[in-house]
Design a protein. Structure first.
Length: 452
C-alpha cells in the first residue's frame, strides 16, 4: 500500500537527526517531527551548554595550578553570552531550513501513533502514513516526591544550563553525572553548594573507588557532600527556602537543583493504540537492530533505556538508518565511554568489579597513582593528582573495564574503550609504545601491575 513517507521520525534530538540525515542521503522520503527544538535536549539544555559553561572555570583552575601563571578572572556575562551563542539563542530556524533544503518535511508539533499496516501518525492536525516510524523522543527529568518541593525555586538541567544569574546558595539532589557537573560549576562560580546523595557514594553506577575519589575532590573544593542522605521536606522560612534532610539537619538555599535521574518519554505517543506496552520504568524493548516490531517500528536513544548518552543515541541512529537502507547491522554496546566533565575529568568504560563478578569473570585489577608514576602530571600542573584503574579478564587476557580521574581523561579513556570493544590482547597492550610524556603512558604502567 502506498504511503506518504518512507520514514517518519518522531523526535529530532541527536539520534533522530542521525537517522534523518542518513535516510535523506539514501534518497528516502522523510518527515521529521519535533515538538520543541531540532537538536533536542543535548544541544540546548544539556551536553552543549553544560560543557560550554564548565570550560571557563576549568581553564581558571588549570591556570592556577600551572607554573608561571596568575589566576585569570571569570567574566560571567561574557561566558553567558557565549553559552547563548552555542545554544543558538534557543532558535532552531536554521536547522529546520537545512532539513527542508535536503528534502525533508519538517513538522514542529507533537505526534502520536494511531494505527499500523501501514503506520499512521497524527500530528499538527493531519494524519501521515509511513513504511517506517522511528521513535526518538528522549527522556524527562524525574521529580522526587519531596513534601513542599513546589514551594522552592526548582531547577532541572534546563534551568541550570540556561541560568542568567549565579545563585548564592544551591542544594543539589542526586550525585549522578548531572549533580556532579552542575555542583562543580556552581561551586567554581562562587555558589555555596550542598550536594545530597541518598546512597553511600557519588556516581554509584561506577567503581566504588572512583565515587570515593570524586567525593574527596568535591569536598576539597568546598562542596558540602552529604552521602546516605536525602531531602525529606521543603519549607519557606523568613524569605528563605529551608530543606529538611534525613540526617536531621536542614539547609537554607536559594535554589534546589534536581539531578536524581531521568525516565523515558513515552507519554502521548499512542503506543497503546498499536499494541505496544513499555517495560517497567517506561523504556521500549528493542532487538539488536533497534526494532520495536518487525513491521517497521523502531526506537532509539533514551527511550530504549540503554545507556542514556547522546553518543549511544547517535550510534543507534546509525544502526537504524543502515538497516532500513538495506545494510543491516547489529548493535553492540560493549565499551561505551562514560565521562563526567568536572575538573579534573572523570571517565569510565566497560564493566565495574561488581558487574564482572556477576558475570563470573576471573578478575585482575590494578590502580595507578599518576603523579607517582608519570612525568606528564608534573609538567601539566604543580600539585598534580590523578588515578587510573584497570580491570582485566585473567582467563582471556583482555581488558573488561577502566576508570580514571585526571586531566583530559575524557579524551584518553577512548584507548581503553577501543581495547575493550575490540578485545585487544593484553600482550599487545603490554608491547605498546606510548608518547612521552603523556597521560596515555599510564595504560602500560597500570597493565604491568595486573596480577595475571
Amino acid at each position: 500500500m502506498p504511503t506518504d513517507y518512507d520514514a517518519v521520525i518522531i523526535g529530532a534530538g541527536p539520534g533522530g537527526e542521525t537517522v534523518a540525515s542518513r535516510l535523506l542521503a539514501g534518497g528516502l522520503r522523510v518527515a521529521l517531527i519535533e515538538r520543541e527544538l531540532i537538536g533536542g535536549e543535548c544541544a540546548y539544555w544539556a551536553c552543549v551548554p553544560s560543557k560550554t559553561l564548565l570550560r571557563a572555570p576549568e581553564v581558571r583552575a588549570e591556570a592556577t595550578g600551572a607554573a608561571g601563571l596568575t589566576t585569570p578572572d571569570l567574566d560571567w556575562p561574557a561566558l553567558r553570552d557565549y553559552r547563548d551563542t552555542m545554544i543558538r539563542h534557543l532558535d532552531d530556524t536554521a536547522q529546520a531550513d537545512q532539513y527542508r533544503d535536503q528534502g525533508a518535511t519538517v513538522i514542529k508539533a507533537t505526534a502520536r501513533l494511531t494505527g499500523r499496516d501501514p503506520w499512521r501518525i497524527e500530528t499538527d492536525g493531519r494524519q501521515l502514513t509511513a513504511a517506517h516510524v522511528i521513535l526518538a523522543t528522549g527522556s524527562q527529568v524525574l521529580r522526587p516526591p519531596i513534601d513542599g518541593l513546589d514551594r522552592a525555586e526548582v531547577w532541572t538541567n534546563r534551568e541550570a544550563t540556561t541560568l542568567r544569574d549565579i545563585p548564592d546558595r544551591a542544594l543539589l539532589i542526586g550525585g549522578s553525572a548531572v549533580g556532579v557537573e552542575l555542583g562543580h560549576f556552581l561551586n567554581r562560580m562562587g555558589t555555596r553548594v550542598t550536594l545530597v546523595q541518598r546512597g553511600p557514594r557519588l556516581l554509584d553506577r561506577e567503581e566504588p573507588r572512583l565515587g570515593d575519589l570524586v567525593a574527596d575532590r568535591l569536598r576539597a573544593d568546598g562542596i558540602d557532600v552529604r552521602l546516605n542522605c536525602q531531602a525529606d521536606a521543603v519549607r519557606r522560612e523568613n524569605g528563605n527556602t529551608v530543606t529538611e534532610l534525613s540526617d536531621g539537619s536542614s539547609v537554607r538555599t536559594d535554589v534546589v537543583v534536581l539531578g536524581a535521574g531521568r525516565a523515558p518519554r513515552t507519554d502521548g505517543l499512542g503506543l497503546d493504540t498499536v499494541g505496544i506496552t513499555p517495560r517497567e520504568g517506561g523504556a521500549l524493548a528493542i532487538d539488536q537492530h533497534c526494532r520495536v516490531t518487525e513491521d517497521g517500528l523502531w526506537a532509539l536513544g533514551d527511550l530504549t533505556g540503554i545507556a542514556l548518552f547522546t553518543h549511544v543515541a547517535m550510534y543507534q541512529g546509525r544502526i537504524v538508518a543502515d538497516t532500513i537502507l538495506g545494510r543491516p547491522r547489529h548493535a553492540n554496546y560493549t565499551g561505551i565511554p562514560r565521562v563526567v566533565f568536572a575538573q579534573p575529568e572523570i571517565a569510565a568504560v566497560g564493566l565495574t568489579s561488581a558487574q564482572a563478578h556477576d558475570q563470573g569473570i576471573d578478575l585482575a585489577t590494578s590502580e595507578l597513582d599518576l603523579p607517582g608514576n608519570l612525568a606528564r602530571p608534573w609538567t601539566f600542573e604543580t600539585e598534580p593528582a590523578g588515578t587510573l584503574g584497570l580491570l582485566a579478564d585473567r582467563e582471556h587476557r583482555v581488558l573488561v573495564g577502566a576508570w580514571a580521574m585526571a586531566p583530559m581523561a575524557g579524551e584518553w579513556i577512548h584507548q581503553a574503550a577501543l581495547a575493550i570493544r575490540a578485545r585487544i590482547p593484553l600482550d599487545t597492550l603490554l608491547d605498546s609504545i606510548a608518547q612521552f610524556p603523556t597521560y596515555s603512558e599510564a595504560y602500560l604502567k597500570a597493565a604491568e601491575r595486573l596480577d595475571l
